[in-house]
Design a protein around this ligand. Structure first.
Ligand code: NAD
Length: 492
């Protein structure tokens, strides 16, 4: 049970200046980045701005640690990862508060989605590694063909500013479990909890150099990792623009494999035969507005059947207007801060553009609580959004819902698939056959039915089309971090 006093006590502590974590040691680095809290706009601490040399050092440490870690045997790696899961849980509130001060996610959600989810991920892959077998191929009897899975070597991971621990764990845990070593570059505005995670990994018995964190700017530190000749794979979550750059870096350097989890403009499709429109409205509002819409799978396009548009929107607006937006560390806030002033400016710009292109703002649309110095925005619903409008096509990554109506199932499918993205989606209907038809027809990595946003570590997450390729989570994620090697043995 969350307790306000415990949260406040942790939030009142000063955050010391942080360096990189390379080869088991904190390395100060030569340049600094100021970290401002989105809660009040004040300076929280400083982190190191990683240079090419810092990235070189981290990759060299990871390379040196690779032979021993990869040959250490699943039982040892399992023990370390399970211990790390235990330590994350022990420090869960501390990690959650630190992360919220950095990126503004509401504390209740942050606790579950960040440390507790990350602990579950380390436990899942820790448990998995000594239960996955290699293969013997069904060849002719005079041959024995073995198919081995081998780790790749040094994995670079680059992650975004929202849910850094959850998304970081989705990459780091399977990579380490498979026997790789890792250099992680967090987003410049959400590095603190991941640096702490790397310290806990050392405490859990992870050998030095196995898991390194280099902080800094994408255009310098991230680029150096992307272009590095001794990084074997890059696992990325973030925007499509940066994803494209990583593919270029790979082509210009050592053809390292690149896995991209990118953005979305996910359709949430409400048919008139939905059994419980009130519940659909409530779940849909959470599906877009929690964490101020800064969720990759957010249901940011509502497609609603014309005959129920009025009734549904009335309920949706009522739920939306009840959300309490405010200090993310307060248990009385339902929604926290937008992660940065830049992002807030972008979100408001999209609302202005939607108005100019013919959309109607039915609720929200403004910055609020400016007097706190923080970056807060009202959850915003825009109706009358047509397929040629910017708000229909582009990911806002903020608390802005685009509403479009349809008349037939075919039109719903056409609208749902009418963007470059294909990350998530939902279908609300009481018709089982329609639900199955829609699951097949919608191009997205996940189709929720009569809910929005359910998931756990056992199922893959990732996109179709320009939402990327490669999958995080589930045992399938292990495939990204291993390679197949065939041994062909002549028994004759
Ligand atoms: P971003 O692409 O701006 O940054 C992501 C990371 O890339 C950061 O660590 C950043 O420093 C780094 N980076 C920036 N420029 C770089 C460069 N030139 N070379 C190497 N690294 C560079 O994304 P963001 O704004 O932090 O995150 C929001 C985006 O992430 C949204 O588009 C969202 O949909 C997406 N996302 C996708 C998923 C998924 O699973 N598909 C999950 C979460 C978020």
């Amino acid at each position: 049970m969350l307790n306000q006093e415990a949260i406040d006590a942790l939030a009142s502590q000063a955050v010391p200046a942080r360096g990189h974590l390379i080869n088991g040691r904190m390395v100060e680095g030569s340049e600094r980045i100021e970290v401002t809290s989105p809660i009040d706009g004040k300076l929280l601490t400083t982190i190191a701005a990683g240079t090419e040399k810092d990235v070189d050092d981290a990759v060299a440490a990871a390379r040196a640690a690779f032979p021993k870690w990869s040959r250490s045997g699943p039982a040892f790696r399992r023990k370390v990862l399970l211990k790390l899961a235990e330590l994350i849980e022990k420090h869960a509130l501390e990690l959650a508060v630190l992360g919220v001060r950095d990126n503004g996610t509401e504390i209740g959600m942050a606790l579950k989605a960040e440390p507790l989810s990350a602990a579950g991920t380390f436990r899942y892959y820790g448990e998995a590694i000594d239960k996955i077998y290699d293969e013997i191929a069904p060849t002719a009897p005079e041959v024995l063909a073995l198919v081995h899975r081998e780790p790749l070597g040094v994995v670079g991971a680059i992650v975004p500013w929202h849910f850094p621990m959850m998304i970081g764990a989705w990459k780091v845990a399977p990579a380490l479990a498979a026997g790789n070593t890792v250099v992680l570059k967090p987003a410049e505005i959400a590095s603190l909890s991941l640096l702490r995670l790397a310290e806990l990994a050392l405490e859990a018995g992870m050998p030095e150099g196995v898991f390194n964190v280099v902080t800094g700017k994408g255009s310098v530190t991230g680029k150096a990792l992307g272009l590095h000749m001794d990084v074997d794979a890059l696992a990325f979550t973030g925007s499509g623009g940066v994803g494209r750059q990583l593919l270029e870096y790979s082509a210009r350097s050592n053809l390292k494999r690149v896995f991209l989890e990118l953005g979305g403009k996910s359709p949430n499709i409400v048919f008139a035969d939905t059994a419980d429109l009130a519940r659909a409205a409530k779940v849909s509002a959470s599906g877009i507005f929690r964490n101020s819409g800064q969720v990759c799978v957010a249901g940011s396009r509502l497609l609603v059947e014309e005959s129920v548009q009025g009734a549904f929107l009335e309920q949706l607006a009522a739920v939306t207007e009840k959300f309490r937006v405010g200090n993310p560390l307060s248990l009385s806030s339902d929604i926290g801060a937008v992660s940065s002033a830049d992002q807030l400016g972008k979100d408001l710009g999209y609302v202005e553009k939607a108005r100019a292109e013919g959309g109607t703002v039915v609720t929200g649309g403004n910055r609020i609580l400016e007097e706190t110095g923080g970056t807060y925005m009202q959850p915003t619903i825009v109706t009358g959004v047509k397929p040629d409008m910017t708000l229909f096509k582009e990911e806002v990554f903020g608390p802005v819902l685009a509403v479009t109506t349809f008349r037939t199932e075919e039109e719903a499918v056409r609208l749902a698939n009418g963007t470059d993205y294909g990350l998530a989606s939902a279908v609300w209907t009481s018709n089982l056959s329609r639900a199955h038809r829609m699951i097949r027809a919608v191009h997205a990595g996940v189709v929720h039915v009569n809910t929005y946003g359910g998931s756990d570590i056992t199922v893959p997450l990732g996109g179709f089309k320009q939402s990327g390729f490669g999958r995080d989570k589930s045992l399938h994620a292990m495939e990204k971090y291993t390679d197949l090697k065939t041994a062909w043995i002549d028994l004759g």
